[in-house]
Design a protein around this ligand. Sequence first.
Ligand code: UDX
Length: 449
Amino acid sequence: MKIAMIGTGYVGLVSGTCFAEFGINVTCVDIDKDKIKRLKKGEVPIYEPGLEDLLERQIKSGRINFTTDLKSAVADADAVFIAVGTPPRVEDGHADLTYVHEAARQVAQAMTGYTVIVTKSTVPVGTAREVEKTIREANPNGDFDVASNPEFLREGAAVNDFMRPDRVIVGTSSERAQKVLQEVYRPLFLNETPIVFTTRESAEIIKYAANAFLATKITFINEIANLCEKANGDVQTVARALGLDGRISPKFLHAGPGYGGSCFPKDTLALAQTGQLLDARQTLVEAVVESNANRQRAMAQKIIDAFGGDVNGKRIGILGTAFKPNTDDVRESPSLVIIPILQEAGADISAYDPAAIEQTKRYITAVDWKKDPYAVADKADALVIITEWNEFRALDLRKISEILKEKRLIDLRNIYKPSEMEALGFHYVSIGRPEVKGQKAVLKEVSAG
Ligand code: UDX
């Protein structure tokens, strides 16, 4: 079995490397010469735990190759996966399919013998059909099928997600294509991973529906957190109790500063666009998109409110700029919305992230970058946790409280307990939980003494 993977971005690289681990001969193709050169040496251009070791093993085994020559990679491949980027179009947020169709045209010219072309990038419903048209036009006599096989990889857990998926979705009505893809996913078949064979259209919709559902779940609990704040509830308890209902499940019910990343924001927007285009408006998803954008901005206001409404001249220390832990990705991260609003309001920002500093610098300037959380806290008027990296979960809070100029901690991920923060005399602001006023805590200590 031989496959070609077009595009060595996040999805292509992880999938290609994992397919090689399955025992398949994989050739990864990219137009970026420099990237291919680095990949050949085993250098992984993205931050993804476990990927570099796996790649090194596959390079040694000879099962994975990298090239810029699409033609040679595709010529003798049984299946060709298209995993190129589908960024949102600036004008309307619709997924830009230019790269997908360009890849399809090149594959059409290069393929020999029966070939299954698989769309792996997240693409709007109807794309596999369009890709088939593109290929047919470019190579009217070609022997091929186009199938849809969306991925569900989470950044930071992508290798594990690929190797142990909850399910694999294969969209095709061709038996020949089904056989080839069954062979590609043989190791997963053997360990009884549910494999859903369906039409291409359903496969394409499944991917968007899954991401939009998860984004909706997060947005739901974020709005419930707002209610808790007004009505003296505790969103942690509410979420836990909701999650105990087997029909709801506890996952993706963590209230926070709003979802970010390269998938949820892009895919919710694209689904809303498709709904409008096909006259089946996704009003719920439209509301989720709006609510999440408002939320990221509201988080900046929450920080300003913790100062009584004015942060001019204040030094605010930020912990975490990545959109979530275990990644250096800052795309659509709440930090990119929050930090500029605080700067605009006159605050001086110092910050630290275990992996994403260089990436953040591409989007945000005038930040005083520090080497660790304590340097960020030193003489700051407040410390703000935006990303729940593990190393922020066990801070020496006593030390932090001593080096902060003002004992103010705004925890946008609820990683600390209000009672502990109260005991330490912090003015502690978190999400969907009663606020702890440091002053009161100190007074209590005094009166107790
Ligand atoms: C997501 C999907 O999980 C994956 O299946 C898909 O293929 C790509 O998009 P990813 O973008 O890597 O993966 O991140 P994920 O772990 O899903 O988190 C997305 C965002 O939601 C992050 O900003 C995270 O902080 C936020 N989130 C997640 C919450 O705010 N609360 C939660 O309970 C869960």
